[in-house]
Design a protein around this ligand. Structure first.
Ligand SMILES: Cc1cc2nc3c(=O)[nH]c(=O)nc-3n(C[C@H](O)[C@H](O)[C@H](O)COP(=O)(O)O)c2cc1C
Length: 219
C-alpha cells in the first residue's frame, strides 16, 4: 500500500470485531506516528493505549460520569457559519442515514452518539494528552501525529476512529491513566479491526470540491 492508497482507504470506523491487535503492533504504530513533524520538534504529545481489564474499568467509570465539554476546548466554534454549518449537518445526516435513523428519532441518534463512550466497541482505546499550557499551534502537531497514526494503522489492516469526544471525560480518564500534572485529554482514537458487516461502516463522508478551498496561481 502506498501513501495515497492509505489516504483513500482510511476513514472513521465505528464498529469493530473483538480481535485485539498485538501489543507489539500497537506500540509500533504509536512509535511510527511519532515520526510526525512538529514545530521546533517539540513533540508535544503523550499517548496511552489501553485494553482489557483497565479499559473496561475506565469505561465503567466513564458510564457513571456526567461528562462535560471544556469551554476552552469546544469541538466546534459556537454558532457555526457557512460553509461549515452545512458540512457538519451533512456529516450527521450521512452517518444516521447509514443506520436508518431518521431526524425525528432523537433517542436513536443519542444511542448512536453514546457509543463514543465505548470507543465504538474497539478492543483498544488510545488517549492523546498534551499540556494545558500548549497553544493552538502545538495542537496542530497533535493532528499530524493523529493522521500519521491512522495512516499506519490503515496500512496494517487496522481501523480507527478519532474522537474529540474524550475531552469530556478528562478527569475520569486521568484517574485511570497516569499523566504528569498539567496535562489534559486532547482526543482519543478507537483502534481495532473493522466489523465489515456493520451498516454504520458503509458510511463515506464526502469532501468539498477543490474549487471551494484550493487555488493555484502562477503555474
Ligand atoms: C480531531 C477529530 C475529532 C473527531 N471526533 C469524533 C468523535 O468524537 N466522534 C466521532 O464519531 N467521530 C469523530 N471524528 C471523525 C470525523 O467525524 C470524521 O473524520 C469526518 O466525518 C470525516 O470522515 P472520515 O474520517 O470517515 O473520512 C473526529 C475527527 C477528528 C479529526
Amino acid at each position: 500500500m502506498d501513501v495515497n492508497q492509505a489516504l483513500r482507504e482510511r476513514r472513521s470506523v465505528r464498529a469493530f470485531t473483538e480481535q485485539v491487535p498485538q501489543v507489539e503492533l500497537v506500540q509500533r504504530l504509536m512509535q511510527d506516528a511519532a515520526q510526525a513533524a512538529s514545530g521546533g520538534n517539540m513533540q508535544p504529545w503523550r499517548v496511552a493505549a489501553i485494553t482489557g481489564a483497565p479499559l473496561a474499568a475506565m469505561l465503567a467509570d466513564v458510564a457513571q460520569a456526567p461528562g462535560e465539554e471544556n469551554p476552552q476546548y469546544l469541538s466546534y466554534p459556537p454558532n457555526l457559519w457557512e460553509p461549515y454549518r452545512t458540512r457538519r449537518f451533512a456529516n450527521g445526516e450521512e452517518l444516521y442515514q447509514s443506520i436508518n435513523i431518521p431526524r425525528e428519532d432523537k433517542a436513536g441518534r443519542l444511542q448512536q452518539l453514546a457509543k463514543n463512550a465505548r470507543f465504538f466497541g474497539a478492543p483498544v482505546g488510545l488517549i492523546m494528552f498534551t499540556e494545558q499550557r500548549m497553544g493552538p499551534v502545538q495542537w496542530m502537531d497533535l493532528g499530524i501525529y493523529l493522521q500519521s497514526f491512522m495512516l499506519r494503522a490503515t496500512e496494517e489492516g487496522l481501523a480507527t476512529c478519532p474522537q474529540g469526544f474524550w475531552r469530556r471525560y478528562d478527569s475520569v480518564i486521568k484517574q485511570h491513566i497516569e499523566v504528569p500534572e498539567g496535562y489534559l485529554v486532547a482526543f482519543g482514537i478507537a483502534l481495532g479491526y473493522e466489523d465489515k458487516t456493520a451498516p454504520i461502516n458503509t458510511m463515506r463522508a464526502t469532501r468539498a470540491e477543490f474549487s471551494e478551498w484550493g487555488q493555484l496561481k502562477g503555474f
